[in-house]
Design a protein around this ligand. Sequence first.
Ligand code: HEC
Length: 154
Amino acid sequence: MDLRVELDAKSARDRTGLALAIAFAFACLFAGPSHAAGDAAKGKDVFLRQCSTCHSADEGGENKFGPNLFGVFGRKAGMAPGFAYSAGFKATATWVWTEDKLSDWVTFPGGMVAGTPMGLFQGVSPRNRADIIAYLATLKHTEDAGQSSVGTAQ
Ligand code: HEC
């Protein structure tokens, strides 16, 4: 892990970045092997900080600047009831939201749909990607919603 590089780059700019990098170092130390598979609880925290301004996650939740995301994992793109998707999204986003697709989307939405309004979002950091997707995968009807751990290491 090239934490030093990250520390150097961030501390040059801001102390918040440094604090986050240190917090991440501790998270790595204690997360153990399950980290790679994505931790839905951590993903929820990331969601609240980085996505909830634009997205609700509860069933039947309101569409905000972005569509409600309940049930989005494994569903065809562009299916949130009542949300007016951008023209580019409607024309381009014909895929189903798999783990890979979501990973690309939350990292760089503008790379998948040119001109999408979600392009305002700077994208999640690679280290939060698996967690956020594990969280999105819990937004559905199952007995174990909230505990499911979706990831690459299954
Ligand atoms: C600046 C507001 C904004 C932020 C922040 C944002 N999004 Fe979005 N998101 C949107 C908009 C707007 C769309 C609809 C895109 C379109 O119509 O082109 C969208 C679409 C989506 C979709 C596709 C939904 C569907 O029904 O197919 C997913 C999945 C998604 N966002 C996940 C996320 C996640 C996860 C985060 C946080 C890591 C996030 N978004 C952060 C605005 C945002």
